[in-house]
Ligand binder design. Sequence first.
Ligand SMILES: [Zn+2]
Length: 486
Amino acid sequence: MKKRRLFFRIFSGLVLIFIIVTVFNSLMVKSKQPSPKPTDIVIDEGKAVQHLSQAITFKTVSYQERSKFDFTEFTKFISFLEESYPAVHDELELEKIHEYALIYKWKGSDSSKNPIGLTSHYDVVPVLEGTEENWEHSPFSGTVENGKIWGRGTLDDKIGVIGILEAVEFLVNDGFEPARDVYIMFGFDEEIGGDEGALEIVNTLKERGITFDFVLDEGGAIVENMVPGVDQPVGVVGISEKGSATAELSIEGSGGHSSQPKNQTNIGRIASAIAKLEDTQFKGDLRGPGEDLFEYVAPEMSFAMKYVFANKIIFEPIIEQILLQQPATAALIRTTIAPTIFQAGEQYNALPEKATAIINHRLMPGDSLEEVKTFIEDTIEEDAITVTITGSEASKVSSINGWEFKSIQQAARNVYNNAVIAPYLMFAGSDAKHYDSISKNTYRFLPVQITSEDLNRMHGTNEHISKDNFINAIKFYAEIIKNSNR
Ligand SMILES: [Zn+2]
């Protein structure tokens, strides 16, 4: 009897210690958000909106086939920039690389400091043939109606080009002088990989030995209801982007007549290999930028969520299980497997001699192409299937501890006072990866507050932006230039 009581006492003592420690941990969680210093920048809104609207009317469309580019539109777009931003073109040095990629250099008072760079692109994706009619306002009209600006490029990414130039035009006219050199760089082929735009800009600057403290590109945005448990809008700043790899699984062997098949056919073997991969999956692991995201949003969550994240050591397996339930959060914590092409067979009564499947993988930082290949081979356990892999590794992960990330956070908070600004991992590729080789940090953030429908419109139908968002984007760019030049 005594023993049992003693055991009970020890047990309840341990539970009490557990509760005290874990609750204490949750109470110690401090917000990682800087206090906003609301921006006092006043923009000539009418003029800015007119500029974005005009910018949309140039059909600077990127096609996979480079010969289809209509470069007269690109030339006209550059002339339009020169006419619309006289102060920028007076004060900053403009250099054209390959005629259409633009580098503006704004000399600072101390050029011995590392410069910063803002980048964007002015090419846009084509409007799919046959979908023009579905647009509420024609995609290259630049219509302004009910506080919205319509057209291809309003979100991706002429808003970046025009937003940055409006900000610099404002700052130059306001007499602002940067403390370090500021580069503004615009690509013209981002939508097809940026090889002649961003990459050539990078090569040019690399030859000159330039190293940026940070480069800011498009990428994340401010979204609501994306992070479960957070009521405020969350602005996500990409600090890394996943790699993209194409794995080809192929098998060759005897075909034959379909009237007497073997138990295992080429199609069956590839299909079962894919099924094995889907059943196995890469292990989910809350680490790197995905983990950083939660470190930044957890302090803003309800007590229950704060409790869970403050005691991650204990709850990590549960958190990971929850994140793996949804494709969007699963992609945050593991390398993904997406079979996208399957090819085999030509005739209904002939067994194909060859079957191939293409699987697109998006790689977590830290998972290399070689490791993905090994994972596939170990999982499918089929010597007859050849596995080849090509593609790009994940980008490097930029710092969130230095002044660079903090100044982006501060600038965003100054404009969007109630938004939580957090780092995250981008799933899609961007021009930013090119800048990794000449910049200590690359961040990916478009300073607008958007919905998931807006995201779908980016390369789809009815792309548009509200005037308020656009004006806020300009203010953000002015704030980030001021904040990083103190
Ligand atoms: Zn873009």
